[in-house]
Design a protein. Structure first.
Length: 168
């Protein structure tokens, strides 16, 4: 699992078109670097994803660096702020236990609900919950979405408000 936050938790991706850019770039680069994303959530000042690594798991660092470079430059271009720092850092966790994997899948799919942006996970367009609901086996979907994740210790102290999702 990977979590990354913006510099000083600023909502640099605080509009639908910016969230779309970040989400699309995440998915595109994950494929390019051979990561098979199982869950993702992109918010105004952070993102999470759970992915299956390629045989060369060392590709994670270049993947994340590439993602941050491309998205940071684009946001700075849009804001006429060349060279501004957009991303702060990222945290990775290698998941080795099945229950830990299920808890994190649940957490990421429900992250927009956790932050109070929507009431139903599939209603948030910049996460995998809707995709997961449509594509997963019904039993697996219900297992994951009902799996307890309230005791996870994750770096997610980002405050996100629906009001940040305004047109810029």
């Amino acid at each position: 699992m990977v979590t990354a936050g913006t510099y000083r938790k600023q909502p640099f991706f605080g509009s639908p078109d910016r969230l779309e850019h970040l989400c699309d770039t995440l998915l595109e680069l994950a494929e390019k670097y051979g990561w098979r994303l199982q869950a993702w959530a992109v918010l105004t000042n952070h993102y999470h994803f759970v992915g299956l690594s390629p045989s060369q798991a060392a590709s994670l660092r270049p993947f994340v660096q590439h993602l941050h470079s491309v998205t940071g430059k684009e946001i700075n271009r849009r804001d006429c702020a060349p060279g501004r720092r957009v991303w702060f850092e990222y945290w990775e966790t290698r998941l080795t236990y099945h229950k830990s994997y299920l808890a994190r899948l649940s957490y990421v799919h429900r992250n927009a609900v956790h932050h109070g942006l929507v009431r139903v996970p599939s209603a948030y367009p910049w996460c995998s919950a809707g995709w997961f609901e449509r594509r997963a086996d019904a039993a697996f979907y219900h297992t994951v979405m009902n799996f307890p994740c309230d005791r996870l210790n994750l770096p997610d102290d980002y405050i996100v408000h629906a009001s940040e999702l305004t047109a810029r």
